[in-house]
Design a protein around this ligand. Structure first.
Ligand code: FES
Ligand code: FES
Length: 227
């Protein structure tokens, strides 16, 4: 028999809904539940301020695949057995996600309206690919508009996750005895190793910030894996 209930998770909250309004969009639903991290900008899929992450189990690969999505365009009836991750699910002002911390410390936020969308677009990328290349980071952000920062600080902040960025420990698998294979403890070490250019180039001095550990991310809800 056909299941009549729509089942999905938003962060750690399970929703089971019946008779959903076919016009109800995810961004309206989230905001009606007090989850106002996804912002409403254009309501037509242009600005990315409503970006959330959608995870779905792939039975062939036996893992979850994540995409970023404009919650203003998504009817919730589309979300059966989906794992919706919003900015509230990944961090808060007391315990920021490394993406949020780097965006903030890298001066990638001014009015901040676009910021949750940028954070979630980056989060989708890291869920699928924890050690991206810089061009992959740019690709991942191409659906997000910012009217304040001019993008440079946003890109610089997120490039710290790039596997090629030698000024920052990305937590890559190249660690030796728990030590970062790239980062040096002080600017003088960078000078010695000829890494001054990279260290000095950016807008921010990247020291003393959280490492990114992909093993600490939210787990795909086992209840959503149906055989
Ligand atoms: Fe602009 Fe959704 S509100 S893309
Ligand atoms: Fe204002 Fe991006 S910080 S729109």
């Amino acid at each position: 028999s056909m299941r009549k209930t729509l089942i999905f998770f938003v962060n750690d909250i399970k929703f089971e809904l019946e008779n959903v309004d076919p016009d109800l969009t995810l961004v309206s639903f989230l905001r009606s539940k007090g989850l106002t991290g996804a912002k409403v900008g254009c309501l037509e899929g242009v600005c990315g301020s409503c970006t959330v992450v959608i995870g779905k189990w792939n039975h062939n690969y036996k893992n979850a695949k994540y995409i970023s999505a404009n919650a203003c365009l998504l009817p919730i009836f589309w979300l059966d057995l989906c794992f919706v991750i919003t900015v509230e699910g990944i961090g808060n002002p007391e315990k920021m996600h490394p993406i949020q911390e780097r965006l903030s410390r890298g001066h990638g936020s001014q009015c901040g309206y676009c910021s949750p969308g940028f954070v979630m677009a980056m989060y989708a990328l890291l869920r699928n690919n924890p050690y991206p290349e810089e061009n992959e980071i740019r690709q991942a952000l191409k659906g997000n508009l910012c009217r304040c920062t001019g993008y440079r600080p946003i890109i610089e902040a997120f490039n710290t996750f790039s596997s090629k960025n030698k000024s920052v420990c990305t937590g890559c698998p190249g660690q030796v005895n728990g030590q970062c294979c790239q980062i040096k403890s002080s600017p003088s070490d960078f000078v010695k190793d000829g890494l001054t250019d990279i260290y000095e180039q950016g807008l921010t001095k990247w020291k003393d910030f959280q490492k990114y550990d992909p093993t600490q991310e939210l787990v795909f809800p086992p209840e959503l894996i149906q055989t």
